[in-house]
Design a protein around this ligand. Sequence first.
Ligand SMILES: [Fe+2]
Ligand SMILES: [Fe+2]
Length: 200
Amino acid sequence: MGALFHDIGKMEKPEYYVENQHVDHNKHDELSPSMSALVIAAHVKNGIELGRKWRLPQAVIDFIPEHHGTMVMEYFYHKALNSETNTSVKVDDFRYPGPKPRSRETAILMLADAAEAATRSLAKPTPSRIREITKQIIDKRMLSGEMDESGLTLSDLSRIRESFIPLLTGIHHSRIVYPGQKTRESENVPEKRGERKARK
Ligand SMILES: [Fe+2]
Ligand SMILES: [Fe+2]
């Protein structure tokens, strides 16, 4: 339930999130990095409000702020540091509001959500790259203290990592275009297209 509802806050401004963006147009090009961070962080606040309005159980609402904890939006933070007006850039302005995950479940969702996004952005998702980036994602959240209130132990974290890796490899690895296979289009064999149409 928590996983299903964790991003309901994105419904208000869906065009600002990577998964809904088109390659040729990025809404954030029109905004300053700190405005972008505010817009993105708003999906947490809006999500909590929607959750309350729909009377979701508190245990489900908890996934909404806790899946980002107090992580920094690195992309926009670095964009701000690299901009000309970088004198007053404060890292805390680029943080999600928190709290940090306070249960094992919300912590696992934080890790799963981040690992999925990171592996999705890999240009060549080979099994070794998927392993490496999944490890980085988990280590970073552990070292920056995001796991501290979750009740997860170090051995839990390594079990979580080892269960994510084969799953993520299964999802992303098949996307690689092998030599001799011209484009991804060639995977669209007629029966498959037919199936998709039939399901609509
Ligand atoms: Fe989110
Ligand atoms: Fe998410």
